[in-house]
Design a protein around this ligand. Structure first.
Ligand code: OGA
Ligand code: NI
Length: 376
């Protein structure tokens, strides 16, 4: 049986066919079916629009595996006799890989499980339930559902759907965030807040500069929780879940499930094609922390925002739940003056964070090119 609805031809006996690239784009992006809708329609091969150029594909064998213990930090020791050692470990990770994992982070373990369940619940809804949060129709700017990063300008799309929830206050969160995930997402923000602040405090302390508490609050003034959904992919070797990028904020907290596929670039100076990528191994109960561009700017380049990307898989759908901690849009950011004085040079200029955001969301993911906008 074949039915024509809008521009798509649904053939319920076979995979759907799309008249042209436009109808695929409309189906996935504009009508809000997402990659999930594409997979649910029974396709057996990824459409051309999802095929990455060879140099962007992720070869599983290439990635060096690391043992989880190597990059795991126990935060319960931050207040004990090992304080200095723990600060050193956090700083070392932030200066090198820009990624580490934490345990005893203060976020209840049952909440981590509930977040993963809620993410599946949200994305398993029929498309029309999610499409109400699409850009342009969402009842509030604090919630947005979408697919890929900036599909309008990307040549190859990312194999990922997401819902973003911006935190302004509790009332707005509970009023506008989706019912399937609002309570757990709000809880996640609240129970991780103190940990994030302590991590930033430790990192600043390690720079040997004294900053007012208000600076920490400025650097963490904006919080957004995302739920990312990477549907099972028939051709993982041709696609990416997320292309190579760094996060624009200060520190990202990320919960991933047990599927794996999050890779971080090991040496930021390695040449293209000659890179080593490390997989962040899934670890039950742990949270992944990574340095964003803002912290690289503020530390005058001492801490490294991590370049990372996500591979897709054909084993099962993967979910992840990051919290992006960033400055408020109107905040001015730049290298800490004491560091500039000590280093004798400012590597980045001062800017209003909104400008940085506009530049970041105005381009497709391109590794760490985002930082050029702030470079001197
Ligand atoms: C991101 C991101 C990684 C993941 O959302 O910015 O890098 O594991 N996600 O989903
Ligand atoms: Ni990221």
């Amino acid at each position: 049986m074949q039915v024509q609805r809008n521009n798509y031809i649904y053939d319920y006996s076979m995979s759907p066919s799309f008249n042209d690239e436009n109808s695929l784009f409309n189906f996935v992006v504009k009508d809000g079916n997402g990659v999930k809708g594409l997979v649910d329609s029974g396709l057996t091969e990824v459409p051309g629009r999802y095929i990455q150029p060879p140099n962007q594909r992720i070869n599983k064998q290439q990635a060096a595996a690391t043992s989880p213990e190597n990059m795991t930090i126990d935060l319960s020791e931050l207040d004990g006799p090992n304080h200095d050692q723990v600060v050193k470990a956090i700083a070392h990770a932030a200066e090198t890989l820009g990624f580490f994992q934490v345990v005893n982070h203060g976020v209840p373990l049952e909440l981590l499980d509930s977040l993963k369940v809620a993410a599946h619940q949200f994305f398993n809804q029929p498309p029309e339930k999610k499409a109400v949060y699409l850009k342009g129709v969402s009842p509030s700017p604090v919630v947005k559902y979408g697919t890929s990063f900036v599909p309008e300008i990307e040549k190859a799309l990312e194999w990922k759907d997401y819902v973003s929830m911006i935190y302004t206050n509790d009332e707005e969160a509970l009023k506008f965030w989706p019912n399937e995930c609002k309570e757990v997402a709000l809880n996640y923000i609240k129970t991780s807040m103190e940990m994030v602040k302590r991590l930033l405090q430790a990192l600043i302390e390690n720079l040997g500069v004294k900053v007012e508490e208000s600076i920490l609050d400025t650097l963490l003034g904006f919080k957004m929780v995302n739920m990312n959904f990477y549907p099972t992919c028939p051709n993982p070797e041709l696609t990416v879940g997320v292309g190579r990028h760094s996060d624009m904020g200060t520190l990202t907290v990320l919960l991933q499930d047990g599927i794996g596929g999050l890779y971080v670039k090991k040496d930021e100076n390695s040449s293209f094609g000659n890179e080593e990528w490390i997989e962040i191994p899934p670890m039950d109960g742990a949270l992944v922390i990574n340095v964003g561009d803002t912290l690289q700017i503020v530390s005058n380049g001492r801490y490294k925002s991590a370049e990372h990307r996500v591979r897709t898989t054909n084993s099962a759908s993967r979910v992840s739940v990051p919290i992006f901690n960033a400055p408020l849009p109107m905040a001015k950011i730049g290298p800490l003056p004491e560091l500039v004085a000590r280093d004798g040079v400012a590597k980045y200029r001062e800017l209003v964070f909104q400008e940085y955001m506009n530049n970041f969301f105005g381009k497709a993911h391109q590794g760490k090119k985002s930082l050029d906008f702030a470079s001197i």
